[in-house]
Write a protein that binds this ligand. Structure first.
Ligand SMILES: [Zn+2]
Ligand SMILES: [Zn+2]
Length: 287
């Protein structure tokens, strides 16, 4: 199929172009209209947060010979996936694939908050003391591998068009950079926009040190899952300017702002002490 060949041949150019293009736009916007003052210098943030992004890209390239797009092509050649059993219009298959993949990413995000061992990996993302465009790509390599395996499994089960997977990757990367950026959006625009896409103000709530706020707004791209599944929270209690970002226990810049510390962070501390098994339940007769 022609479109598959075009997408496969230009996949890297499309993805890299979108990445650097959106990164540049958001970086300029952050200089022109910042939402908050940074606590760690921008130079340190860019070197270390983008350092982990490039490190992850290199590792994935080294360990996984094919990426999601290649997996989608392989699945379609094998005739794998649900979409092979339904005769839907091409555009509809693309739209459904993107929405379903986004829902799976939402569920994965809830899971890495709920399972203590996985939270260790995901807390590298949350330990960032500030919130800007570089936070969007700051994930531990082990979490990147986990995401990749989940995405592969979803592609095998779903059998989405190759085009849908490329569009999804580009949208997800773009919205992750947008909704992590330290930009000031007029409140009226934010209120309307957050019905169709996760906005920076909406996702900033998720980076609060407060547990109940950090366990809200899991969406990366579409904001509907949070509203639908009861994890939506409008604003942070302390306000966007004065709320504290990061994790209570980990505030030492050496550990959370520098690359070596970030890579070691999942292996620090005891395995318990977070999420589901931490909550205290009161039996009715104890009241
Ligand atoms: Zn999270
Ligand atoms: Zn985030």
């Amino acid at each position: 199929m022609e479109i598959n060949e075009f997408v496969m041949a230009n996949e890297k150019v499309i993805r890299l172009g979108a990445f650097f293009g959106i990164l540049g736009i958001m970086a300029i916007w952050e200089i022109l209209a910042p939402r908050r003052a940074l606590t760690v210098s921008k130079a340190i943030r860019w070197v270390n947060n983008l350092g982990i992004v490039f490190f992850n890209t290199f590792l994935v390239w080294l360990i996984f010979p094919i990426v999601s797009v290649g997996m989608a092509l392989f699945a379609s050649q094998q005739g794998w996936g649900l979409f092979n059993y339904f005769d839907l219009p091409f555009w509809l298959t693309v739209v459904i694939s993107i929405v379903v993949l986004d829902f799976i990413i939402y569920l994965q995000h809830v899971m890495v908050h709920a399972v203590p061992a996985l939270w260790r990996l995901h807390r590298v993302h949350h330990a960032d003391l500030d919130f800007d465009v570089t936070t969007g790509g700051r994930f531990h390599p082990l979490e990147i591998f986990l995401s990749l395996l989940i995405k592969f499994a979803a592609i095998v089960v779903l059998g989405p068009p190759v085009l849908a997977v490329v569009v999804f990757e580009v949208i997800l990367n773009g919205t992750a950079m947008f909704n992590h950026s330290n930009v000031r959006l007029p409140l009226g625009i934010d209120r309307v926009l957050r019905w169709i896409v996760v906005t920076p103000d909406m996702h900033r709530v998720h980076h609060s040190v407060e547990d109940d706020e950090a366990n809200s707004n899991f969406g990366f791209n579409l904001p509907w899952w949070d509203r639908l599944f009861g994890t939506y929270r409008d604003q942070p209690r302390a306000g966007h300017q004065t709320m504290t970002i990061g994790i209570h226990k980990y505030r030492e810049p050496k550990q959370v702002a520098w690359l070596p510390g970030m890579l070691l962070l999942p292996f620090k501390g005891k395995i318990t002490g977070y999420a589901i098994n931490r909550r205290e339940w009161t039996r009715p007769d104890e009241k």
